[in-house]
Design a protein around this ligand. Structure first.
Ligand SMILES: [Zn+2]
Length: 352
């Protein structure tokens, strides 16, 4: 009986050493460990073995079974390693194939336009002053001469921040970069309250309004605001500075015009148009046939705003203006829908 088991084991192990691949390994498993394998037949026939010999026969058969199973998994692992080695040998890397393209990041088109605008203003002697995006009602409206319940607030429906009961001074996302005017004037005037230094700054940044999103309006957009405060600043300085800016921006031939307007924080107020750079004033679809493009809003800083900033309006005057880089970008590249700018579609962004 023991001899028969030894023969079964020897035959199985010797044929296993001939196995060279996965299919024949599987065939070997069926042949030597499958239901009709000699070993399994032997185990099935244990019932016929005399009762006294049965435990020893069973143990011996089981030892052979464990040995064959161990040999099988050892062989399987050896075959796997051999297969890996030969595939590495055969399928060598082809270094002549072109590599994968590495996509380089780039600046967002609005950032490009912002930098273009700030570079021009820097040449004209303006310093960049950045200010917070989350503001109080006081800075965003009240100190800029928008009293409580003033109808001009309607132009700028706001995102308010839930911050407990704050009465008439809730917290909101700034609706324009103008609160930076107050921050800057207070910072400058605090340096020397009796005789505050002149100011010439550009205030860039993101603003937020509770708008219906359409092709022409978004709930977020950038502004670049300019502020000049000093002695004997007049409306002539405003016109000269902004016309110069337009020429640097749109070319030396660019003509400008000013139209009377209204803003609570400037008096008098105006809007500046630049001659359409697409048609040169003849009228086209970009300028809607008028020959002019609306570029910015501006005005002389309101005395109340100067006062709130720590500048005595009897001794100081100033002017300010605000403009939108997204709008400039849309005009420049004839983008007909502002939603493209914040949709983050790479097919759009890759064009800049
Ligand atoms: Zn035009």
């Amino acid at each position: 009986m023991q001899e028969r088991l030894n023969d079964i084991e020897r035959a199985a192990l010797s044929s296993l050493s001939e196995v060279r691949d996965e299919p024949s390994l599987e065939a070997w498993r069926v042949q030597h460990l499958g239901r009709s394998a000699p070993l399994m037949q032997f185990i099935a026939g244990l019932g016929q073995v005399p009762k006294d010999d049965r435990p020893a026969a069973g143990q011996a058969a089981n030892r052979v079974k464990v040995a064959l199973e161990a040999a099988l998994s050892e062989r399987r692992e050896a075959l796997r390693i051999a297969a890996l080695a030969s595939s590495l040998e055969e399928e060598q890397i082809d270094v002549t194939l072109p590599g994968r393209t590495i996509h380089r990041g780039r600046l967002h088109p609005v950032t490009i336009q912002l930098r273009r605008v700030l570079a021009i203003l820097a040449e004209m002697g303006f310093q960049v002053y950045t200010s917070r995006e989350v503001e109080t009602d006081e800075y965003n409206f009240q100190l800029l001469n928008f009293p409580l319940h003033h109808p001009a607030r309607e132009m700028a429906d706001s995102f308010y921040v839930a911050a407990g009961e704050r009465g008439d001074n809730p917290i909101l996302l700034r609706t324009h970069t103008s609160p930076g005017q107050i921050h800057a004037m207070r910072e400058y005037s605090a340096m020397n309250p009796k005789d505050p230094p002149p100011i010439r700054i550009a205030l860039p940044g993101m603003c937020f309004r509770y708008e219906q999103i359409t092709a022409r309006s978004e709930i977020q957009f950038n502004q670049v605001e300019g502020l000049v405060v000093g002695r004997s600043i007049t409306f002539a300085d405003l016109k000269g500075t902004l016309s110069d800016f337009a020429r640097r921006m749109f070319g030396q031939q660019a003509r400008t015009r000013f139209r009377a307007s209204y803003f609570p924080f400037t008096e008098p107020s105006a809007e500046m148009d630049a001659e359409c750079f697409v048609c040169g004033g003849a009228g086209c679809t970009v300028c809607k046939g008028t020959g002019w493009l609306e570029i910015l809003g501006c005005g002389m800083v309101h005395p109340v705003v100067l006062q709130n900033g720590g500048y005595d309006p009897k001794r100081y005057t100033g002017f300010a203006w605000g403009m939108g880089p997204e709008r400039q970008l849309m005009l420049r590249y004839r983008i007909d829908d502002i939603r493209y700018i914040f949709a983050n579609d790479a097919r759009f962004l890759q064009q800049f």
